[in-house]
Write a protein that binds this ligand. Structure first.
Ligand SMILES: Nc1nc2c(c(=O)[nH]1)N[C@H]1C(S)=C(S)[C@@H](COP(=O)(O)O)O[C@H]1N2
Ligand SMILES: [Mo]
Length: 530
């Protein structure tokens, strides 16, 4: 009752009441949800990579400049994708509300806005790698459903008749009820559609079943990774473990939708400056002799002291012999590898053929690769940052030259070649920890893949460098842990660390940013002794 009176007076005062604005915005948001949900559902059924939301998101990721990647990784770390999705949802809600407010029964400005955005999303979907005309369908169907929803809700939200007379008051409340009923109905349809799409996506996915049946290839005794000798893992609480558990291994890639290939679908097409073009399928791959190696991966975006590095045991097939089989042209110097979602990596052929354990990996820490880490096949190359070596979901190899091709990140301002720089970090005590005076255990990790760590030194408050106690060197391709006993006196102190590789080169204190080929500088940590 009071509801009717309030709306009556406000409508009398202002023809476009607050409630009316809310109804219109709501119409827009529900209609946009309808576009995305219907688009998602149709996409799941006919072309999973063509969902309008993902097509736009992926295009935004691929079009964003190098500094945007840096900003995203530095700000959100490996939560960059949830952050992007959150940001996209906010933009969608704002634009959709605006479309709802602009929509009129005669003067469909909001519908036109949706149509324009729909055309842009169709363009984005059609520009995805391996897109077919089918990729346009989810967005078109979704946009039509969304515009229809907007038309219906806008008509229902229209204030009817002249306020002030008692019959129209009744009509107003009837139309309000009608609007709310329709809006709730449309919201329910969109929510159900979206949820169904998610469930179907899992059900229809052969790759999940395929991965469940995956068996890690049996590695011959001579090709297994060396056992991890006692003293390799310092076992200090709060410090990294020598082997990074798969679940906490960092993940960095441009894939908003993790590719899900089955081993049956997987093929590696090898072509370019070769004597023999060969297409390797799963059976051909696993007919080879596998090796198992422990190798530390590092992302070029890792800041001094950062956590974008991980150490795992990898099972896979050496790359060198495959290159020999295809007969690489002597003038070629680059392997341009491409993932199933169109990401590219350029790796120097010389590095792949110098005898290091570069491999097509199929297992990580004794299990099938997780989809996020490249199932069914990814590259692992000791000594090079991931963006120039570690192609996940790799399906294409082109043998070429660095002066002819540029890989994904090189085109966006990152280096062409990028060996991993020597790095060291303090992990214990924790940042800004408060610790009792006396003997304090300081511990951390250092890496210089394919050169090996020879020395780690620590200093307090710019004092003398003191050698840390090194854990066992597992191999030159893995990180090495260290500890140092500190006789700590009360006060605020700064600890610093630096490492020297087995070639005798000590880390420089010169601070450079990750772009274009990796950060340098000494890691430091402030600790209060109280
Ligand atoms: N297909 C694909 N492979 C990729 C990337 C990518 O974006 N797409 N990113 C690379 C980068 S920058 C890094 S650091 C490593 C990270 O591998 P991980 O996610 O398994 O830790 O993957 C590399 N391989
Ligand atoms: Mo990376």
């Amino acid at each position: 009752m009071s509801d009717t009176i309030e709306s009556h007076t406000s409508e009398l005062a202002r023809p476009t009441s607050h409630r009316h604005l809310i109804f219109r915005s709501l119409s827009g948001v529900i209609s946009a949800a309808m576009i995305l949900a219907v688009g998602e559902l149709v996409a799941v059924l006919i072309a999973p990579a063509a969902s309008p939301f993902l097509a736009i998101g992926s295009t935004a990721v691929d079009r964003s400049p190098a500094w945007a990647r840096e900003f995203a990784i530095q700000t959100f770390g490996t939560n960059d994708k949830p952050a992007l999705f959150g940001g996209m949802v906010i933009v969608v809600v704002v634009v959709a509300a605006l479309a709802g407010v602009l929509e009129r029964t005669r003067g469909p400005v909001g519908s036109i806005l949706f149509a324009i955005l729909g055309v842009a999303a169709v363009g984005a979907a059609l520009a995805r790698p391996n897109a077919t005309l089918l990729y346009a369908v989810p967005t078109i169907v979704g946009t039509v459903a969304g515009i229809a929803t907007l038309r219906v809700l806008t008509a229902a939200a229209r204030p009817s008749g002249h306020p002030g007379t008692s019959p129209t008051q009744a009509a107003g409340s009837v139309s309000r009820r009608r609007f709310l009923t329709l809006a709730a109905g449309a919201a329910a349809i969109a929510a159900t559609g979206g949820a169904t799409a998610r469930v179907l996506a899992r059900r229809l996915n052969d790759a999940i079943a395929n991965r469940r049946l995956f068996r890690v290839p049996a590695v011959g005794a001579g090709d297994r990774a060396a056992p991890i000798a006692p003293g390799t893992d310092i076992g200090v609480p709060g410090a990294s473990s020598f082997i990074t558990p798969t679940g906490s291994f960092y993940r960095i890639d441009t894939a908003l939708q993790v590719p899900r290939l089955t081993t049956d679908e997987w093929q590696l097409r090898m072509h370019g400056m070769v004597e023999r073009e060969i297409v390797l399928d799963w059976a051909d791959l696993v007919a080879r002799t596998p090796i198992e190696r422990v190798i530390t991966l590092t992302c070029v975006s890792n800041e001094v002291g950062g956590t974008l590095a991980g150490n795992a045991s990898w099972t896979g097939y050496p790359i060198g012999p495959i290159l020999d089989e295809i007969g690489v042209d002597a003038n070629a110097d680059m392997l341009l590898s491409t993932s199933s979602d169109g990401f590219t990596v350029g790796t120097p052929l010389a590095v792949l053929r110098d005898g290091r354990d570069a491999m097509l990996a199929v297992a990580m820490n004794g299990e099938a690769l997780p989809f996020e880490h490249g199932y069914p096949v990814r590259q692992v190359v000791p000594g090079l940052y991931g963006f120039v070596s570690a192609t996940k979901w790799v399906v294409d190899w082109k043998i070429t030259r660095f002066d002819r091709e540029q890989a994904y990140w090189t085109r966006r301002g990152w280096a062409e070649r990028a060996p991993i720089k020597t790095a060291s970090r303090i992990e214990v005590p924790a940042s800004f920890a408060r610790v009792a005076p006396g003997t304090v255990l300081v511990a951390g990790t250092a890496w210089a893949q394919h050169r090996g760590i020879a020395l780690v030194e620590v200093r307090v408050d710019d004092g003398e460098w003191q050698p840390a106690t090194l854990a066992g060197l597992y191999s030159i391709d893995t990180w090495r842990q260290w500890t140092w006993m500190w006789n700590a006196e009360p006060g605020s102190h700064t600890l610093q660390v630096r490492a020297t590789d087995l070639d005798g080169n000590t880390q420089t204190d010169e601070r450079v940013a990750p772009i274009p080929d990796g950060a340098t500088g000494w890691h430091s940590r402030s600790v209060s002794i109280t």
